[in-house]
Design a protein around this ligand. Structure first.
Ligand SMILES: Nc1ncnc2c1ncn2[C@@H]1O[C@H](COP(=O)(O)OP(=O)(O)OC[C@H]2O[C@@H]([n+]3cccc(C(=O)O)c3)[C@H](O)[C@@H]2O)[C@@H](O)[C@H]1O
Ligand SMILES: Nc1ncnc2c1ncn2[C@@H]1O[C@H](COP(=O)(O)OP(=O)(O)OP(=O)(O)O)[C@@H](O)[C@H]1O
Ligand SMILES: NC(=O)CC[C@H](N)C(=O)O
Length: 576
């Protein structure tokens, strides 16, 4: 059987940074060539970053992308890598506009493409057929679907090439192209992380490999891009369903594997399939060892996802540091620990802002957190700032309570303006769901590290992070008291969250049904919850849609994150 050496490069692109992304691809190509690879593939849109959103509708961006592909081919040749086959994902265009519906407004002018580079030229191209338009994806809006299939003949084997969503559709291009006798299916992807997604993705890759008796090589990008986190986790599975190679999550990686691929025998091609014969690249070098990463457990994956999401948001947007209010409570403690893991404690600024209602233990817990983690720590009491506003406006009740949260927001934004920190807002998914935060107060901020983490999971992650520290012989970052005490906003004496909200065990379960599973009120009640509690919670969720629309972005780790995953009206009169 012919042997191919395939390299899959998990790069971490920045959307729009064609030069920087090209450099990453060049680096990967150089390393692949040095490893004796015949082919190296990078992820979907690795040249432009993903998702490019409406940049796809900007002709100048498309022209620049096309020029960047050509420049990459030239540079590969110029630097002695011309024989290597390089498969790169990028947008291409502008093409004739595809009109949408009855509107005359031109929409898509781009295609989502893979280009195959060799000897300084673009030797072949494939355009994605299936454009996902659910969840966070909006590709049908911005791309023109492809309708031709591509097979590359190299070293006597046929390699079929498709892009991400193409793999997910039963009876889609994969089945057709593999019928053209390809022994290897190469899939380039930009597939964002969600909790448990590997339980869907790996079985999908395996199923396609087994049903087509072909090797499937799946390469994904890595890194945070706004609210999305790409986990990498590139994998190669053979026709019997065995994993041949697997890259680690969360980091750039070059996965190199020797593949024994069935020799190509078919000369007649089905309709709409083009075969391009490439020059045989490097002579085969001695076999290389297996590279099979194991996936960490669920909580480690979630933690790493949150850390990478924050690190890349800070890094890619050029912030020197972050600032957050530390209350002694669990949410700010977990956010501080994530931030320190992401960018180092030395770039984290925690501010304790005690009010007249802040308990001694809260202040103490914030002090302990600062000491454990070692971030920059300052104390800014707010009582004397709150008082004059409260007096002048004669505020009482909720207005006075919220004023405290708003003064804290002013302090954090002022520190951000002075020193350039990114402000982290610490709300968790349970609070965001029910609007349990003060708008323009504690919800003020540029990035929300735990906005997709329900409260019960915040506690679980805190415990896990502490245990991980103990296992490594380090000081656990999160004070035990912050984990164990009842949660409170401390906006009035002896306040606890449960004065206003049901216990988090109940709240999170209802939110899982109503928000994550999108069940209507009646269907949530049918699951066995108390009807009045369901009514109360679902009303809070509906009424706080406007708050969420104004909220900071944060890393998506679930299948139903607030933002593009869940789009609901603000003005809404519920029926069921
Ligand atoms: N549909 C709509 N479209 C546009 N604006 C709308 C609106 N509905 C209300 N509003 C506006 O919203 C205002 C009310 O919202 P807001 O000022 O936020 O106040 P509100 O939501 O009424 O109160 C904040 C709640 O969050 C709790 N909290 C605060 C701080 C921290 C925490 C925590 O534990 O982390 C909890 C606090 O105890 C209280 O229960 C109204 O005065 C009105 O201006
Ligand atoms: N005394 C305080 N000092 C500094 N920041 C505070 C203080 N109180 C509240 N904050 C900020 O406002 C956010 C909202 O916290 P609050 O205590 O109202 O409820 P919470 O959601 O239980 O958060 P946490 O668990 O962090 O206390 C906190 O996470 C923190 O960033
Ligand atoms: N970029 C894509 O086509 C991604 C869609 C795909 N279903 C995924 O999440 O992996």
């Amino acid at each position: 059987m012919p042997r191919l050496r395939l390299a899959l490069a998990q790069t971490n692109p920045v959307v729009g940074d064609l030069a920087g992304n090209s450099t990453q691809i060049m680096e990967a190509a150089r390393r692949a060539w040095e490893s004796g690879a015949d082919i190296v593939a990078v992820g979907e849109m690795a040249l432009s970053g993903y998702p490019i959103e409406d940049l796809a509708a900007r002709p100048s961006f498309l022209r620049a992308s096309r020029a960047a592909v050509e420049a990459l081919a030239t540079r590969l040749e110029a630097e002695g890598l011309g024989e290597l086959v390089v498969v790169v994902g990028h947008p291409d265009g502008p093409f004739e506009p595809r009109l949408l519906g009855s509107s005359n407004a031109p929409t898509a002018i781009a295609q989502n493409r893979a280009s195959v580079l060799q000897h300084g030229r673009v030797r072949a191209q494939y355009s994605k057929h299936h454009l996902p338009n659910y969840s966070v994806f909006d590709e049908y809006r911005i791309f023109i679907p492809g309708d031709e299939l591509l097979v590359l003949r190299i070293k006597g084997v046929d390699v079929a090439l498709v892009i991400c969503e193409d793999l997910w559709r039963d009876g889609g291009p994969v089945n057709r192209v593999v019928k053209a006798d390809a022994g290897l299916l190469l899939v380039i992807n930009a597939s964002p992380f969600e909790r448990d997604k590997d339980e869907v993705r790996l079985p999908l890759v395996t199923r396609r490999a087994v049903e087509n008796s072909a090797i499937v090589a799946y390469v994904n990008i890595v890194g945070g891009q706004d609210d999305l986190i790409f986990d990498g986790d590139s994998v190669i599975v053979d026709g019997s369903g065995s994993i041949l190679a697997r890259a680690p999550q969360w980091q750039p990686h070059l996965l190199v594997a020797d593949l024994d691929v069935a020799a190509a025998t078919l000369d007649e091609l089905p309709e709409h399939v083009t075969r391009v014969t490439l020059d045989d690249p490097a002579p085969t070098t001695p076999p290389i060892g297996l590279d099979i990463a194991t996936l960490p457990d669920d909580r480690q994956q979630l933690w790493d996802a949150l850390v990478l999401g924050l690190r890349d948001y800070v890094g890619k947007n050029g912030f020197p540091s972050v600032v957050l209010g530390v209350s002694g409570g669990i949410d700010s403690a977990v956010c501080a620990a994530i931030a320190a893991d992401a960018i180092g404690a030395d770039r984290v600024y925690g501010v304790s802002m005690p009010s007249r209602w802040s308990s001694e233990h809260s202040r103490g817990d914030a002090d302990v957190l600062a000491e454990n983690i070692g971030f920059h720590y300052s104390v800014e009491p707010i009582a004397e700032l709150v008082q004059p506003v409260e007096d002048q406006l004669a505020l009482s009740g909720l207005a006075a309570e919220n004023l405290q949260a708003r003064i804290r927001g002013i302090i954090l934004m002022a520190k951000s303006n002075m020193d350039g920190h990114l402000v982290l807002t610490t709300g968790n998914k349970s609070e965001l769901s029910v609007g349990y935060s003060t708008i323009y107060g504690d919800s003020a901020g540029g990035f929300a590290p735990i906005k997709d983490v329900p409260k019960l999971l915040v506690w679980e992650l805190a415990r896990w992070r502490n245990e991980a520290a103990v296992a490594r012989g380090e000081v656990p970052p999160i004070p035990r008291n912050s984990i164990e005490k009842p949660p409170s906003a401390e906006l009035r004496p002896d306040q606890t969250d449960q004065d206003t909200l049901p216990p988090y065990e109940v709240l999170d379960a209802i939110l899982d049904a109503y928000v994550s599973r999108n069940l209507g009120q009646e269907d949530v009640v049918a699951l066995g919850f108390d009807p009045d509690t369901v009514d109360f919670v679902t009303q809070l969720v509906d009424r706080s849609e406007w708050k969420r629309r104004q909220g900071a972005i944060g890393p998506k780790i679930s299948g139903m994150a607030f933002g593009r995953d869940r789009r609901l009206p603000i003005t809404y009169r519920p029926t069921v």
